[in-house]
Design a protein around this ligand. Structure first.
Ligand code: HPA
Ligand code: ZN
Length: 346
């Protein structure tokens, strides 16, 4: 496998944009662009507390995770019908294709919707139909991961799981998101144990703003297979050794980390240290409509700011496929496609 060591620096952005990649950390509600929020509000007869698209966009100035979540949940409140969920997912999948994302594992937050009286069926079927359509129409493979909101109770998560089980074949796993500090993974030990028994794949946000202890408990109490974010792991050398030894994937989201002030500047991001320590880090967009960029913007801006190389580009794309929840044959096919891209890029 060539890693194009002699590639002229000005060709690196095209390599990053064109390489096939998987996205493993995208909240579908975070892909809802302001224009779509306004269109859906209008067709659903809702009034928004913002006068215009520009007015709403101006509110996207965040100081931490919670300041973002407050606006993100308000934006999601325009989603009412199955068509709304379909349209939101379809818009994301078209963007994914444009960025050469060939495989996406998409988070959704059902409690944000069921709490407003929207049925689980409306949510899941709208999203699932879009994923199904994308395979043929866009050549993008997409699956769904149901996330529990960690600021709510474990009982609420159990009730959400019950409501979702009639649609068990329409999502592949569960995750844990929303306000991290004060809501450690172990709060959800029982519901994750149940999901594990059901054969669902397990992931959790940990170490975005929270301490390394939350990454440890996501691994050792919840038994997750991937850590979403995980950038705070760098504070704990023992944890770094564990993550490297077990090749636990981290779904890192650089522009999200910048916008939520996890790092003061993109140049200060620790992606390179994570990779160089042997961790299976990946690049993802998290909430692209809110954080200023989809996949390719995350790649090109982070590489420009931190001086990552073509070898890192290959490693990140390869990690994204290796960390994905597909079978060994599908993984090998994705990696072969990646290798062909690198072998023929000029
Ligand atoms: N962290 C936690 N919860 C979230 C995020 C995030 O980055 N995005 C959407 N929900
Ligand atoms: Zn996230």
């Amino acid at each position: 496998m060539t890693t194009l060591q002699n590639l002229p620096a000005d060709r690196l952005p095209d390599l990053l944009r064109g390489m096939p990649k998987a996205e493993l950390h995208i909240h579908i509600e975070g892909s809802l662009e302001p224009e779509l929020i306004f269109r859906m509000a209008q067709r659903n007869g809702l009034t928004l507390p913002y006068a215009s698209v520009d007015d709403l966009r101006r509110a996207y100035a965040f100081t931490n995770l919670q300041s973002f979540l407050d606006i993100y949940y308000a934006g999601a409140s325009v989603l009412l019908t199955e068509q709304d969920f379909y349209d939101m997912a379809w818009a994301y999948l078209e963007r994914a294709k444009a960025d050469h994302v060939v495989h996406a594992e998409i988070f959704f937050d059902p409690q944000t919707h069921t709490a407003r009286g929207v049925s689980m069926q409306t949510v899941i079927q709208g999203l699932h139909r879009a994923c199904e359509a994308a395979r043929g129409a866009l050549g993008v493979e997409a699956t769904l991961i149901l996330c529990f909101l960690r600021h709510l109770s474990e009982q609420d998560a159990f009730e959400t799981l019950e409501q979702a089980l009639p649609f068990r074949d329409q999502f592949i796993g569960v995750g844990l998101d929303s306000s991290e500090l004060g809501h450690p993974p172990e709060k959800f030990a029982k519901v994750f144990a149940r999901c594990r028994e059901l054969g669902l794949r397990l992931v959790a946000h940990a170490g975005e703003e929270g301490p390394p202890a939350y990454v440890w408990s996501a691994l050792d109490v919840l038994h997750v297979e991937r850590i979403d974010h995980g950038v705070q792991s760098i504070q704990d050398p023992e944890l770094m050794k564990r993550l490297a030894r077990d090749r636990v994937p981290l779904t890192v989201c650089p522009l999200s980390n910048l916008k939520l002030c996890v790092f003061p500047r993109l140049a200060d991001h620790n992606l390179r240290q994570l990779l160089d320590a042997g961790l299976a880090a990946t690049v993802n967009s998290d909430d692209p409509a809110y954080f200023g960029g989809y996949m390719n913007a995350n790649f090109t801006e982070t590489f420009a700011a931190t001086g990552l190389t073509t070898a890192h580009a290959y490693q990140l794309a390869r990690n994204s496929f290796e960390a994905s929840f597909v079978d060994a044959a599908a993984k090998a096919a994705y990696i072969e496609r990646l290798d062909t891209f690198f072998a023929t890029f000029q």
